[in-house]
Design a binder for this molecule. Structure first.
Ligand code: AMP
Ligand code: MN
Length: 295
């Protein structure tokens, strides 16, 4: 489930390494959201596992399973792995681990790497990193946003990045079907104590003619309700597994509940992939929150 930070960070790193004369292959074992197709070089990202590399760099995923088939331990063998990540639930599986849970995005860390490498920052590189920063902070609106985040973003705008283009491409170009999915999710939301949630089964998704793309902002909408401290949203996938997205207000931590459910993430934004059946999924999440996230 690659997002703007995941895609932007790896594109930026590729631009930087190529500027240093390195040969770079990019891989992502999942569909890239169409909202990110505006990024330079995005269509060259392959779904397959590269094998002939000297070094493997993994960016913006807390553990090997997050990379799907792009992490192939047997193919990597004894060659070095560099991990660049910012998740609090990170398992430092690299040979070298550059992990900073204080960074609002992986892109912020990659920006520090790019500066340390002293490569020229092209507008394409700047826009890729800025996309990671803008999307992971929801447009500089999350508690993870620090002075360093804003300083990085300022510098990237000076190098040719455009915040209005990112906002327009990522947030203001959804499909008509997606609007109906959002309407359904909001109309069927339930508030239980301080927890607000909604769930979307695959049949309903198909009825709207939607493909599951474009559901990722819905959980943030749920947490706009004043009485809620935690929001979660479930989407049933074609194979019966269920995507869980969780959000928490500052002062509440959903990363433990996500981890308990086999996922991970950040205190304020976490997720997991649940096994079927869909019918029991809400209760499983409520139980995990009860055990991990509520005082
Ligand atoms: P999302 O709700 O999809 O925006 O994800 C929020 C955060 O949770 C991101 O930082 C993800 O890396 C993390 N996350 C989402 N799904 C999973 C999963 N299945 N396993 C581990 N972490 C996840
Ligand atoms: Mn990220």
């Amino acid at each position: 489930m690659p997002d703007g930070d995941c895609v932007g960070s790896q594109l930026a790193l590729a631009h930087a390494l190529r500027a240093l004369g390195k040969e770079v292959t990019l891989a992502l074992d999942d569909k890239i959201p169409e909202s990110l197709f505006f990024l330079d070089g995005v269509r060259a990202i392959a779904p397959h596992t590269p094998r002939a590399q000297d070094v493997f760099v993994f960016v913006d995923g807390s553990d090997p399973s997050r990379y799907g088939k792009a992490f192939d331990a047997a193919a990597i063998g004894a060659r070095p792995i560099i991990l660049i990540d910012h998740h609090i639930t990170n398992e430092p599986f690299g040979t070298y681990n550059l992990v900073d849970p204080g960074a609002a995005s992986a892109a912020e860390i990659v920006y520090a790497v790019v500066r340390a490498l002293d490569v020229p920052i092209s507008p394409a590189l700047a826009q890729a990193l800025l996309t990671g920063i803008v999307t992971d902070t929801l447009g500089f609106r999350t508690a993870a946003t620090t002075p360093e985040t804003l300083e990085s973003a300022t510098a990237l705008v000076r190098h040719g990045g455009s915040i209005p283009e990112i906002i327009d491409q990522v947030y203001n170009r959804r499909s008509f079907q997606t609007l109906h999915v959002l309407g359904y999710a909001l109309a069927h939301a339930a508030l239980v104590g301080k927890i607000i949630y909604s769930a979307l089964d695959f049949q309903t998704l198909e009825k709207f003619g939607a493909n599951g793309n474009g559901t990722n902002g819905i959980v943030n909408q749920l947490l706009t309700v004043a009485d809620a401290d935690i929001a979660f949203f479930l989407v049933e996938k074609k194979d019966g597994r269920i995507d869980l997205s969780m959000r928490a207000r500052v002062g509440t931590d959903v990363s433990g509940a996500a981890r308990r459910l086999g996922g991970g993430g950040h205190k304020q934004a976490s997720g997991a992939t649940l096994s079927p059946p869909f019918e029991t999924a809400v209760q499983r999440v409520l139980d995990a929150i009860q055990q991990e996230s509520l005082p």
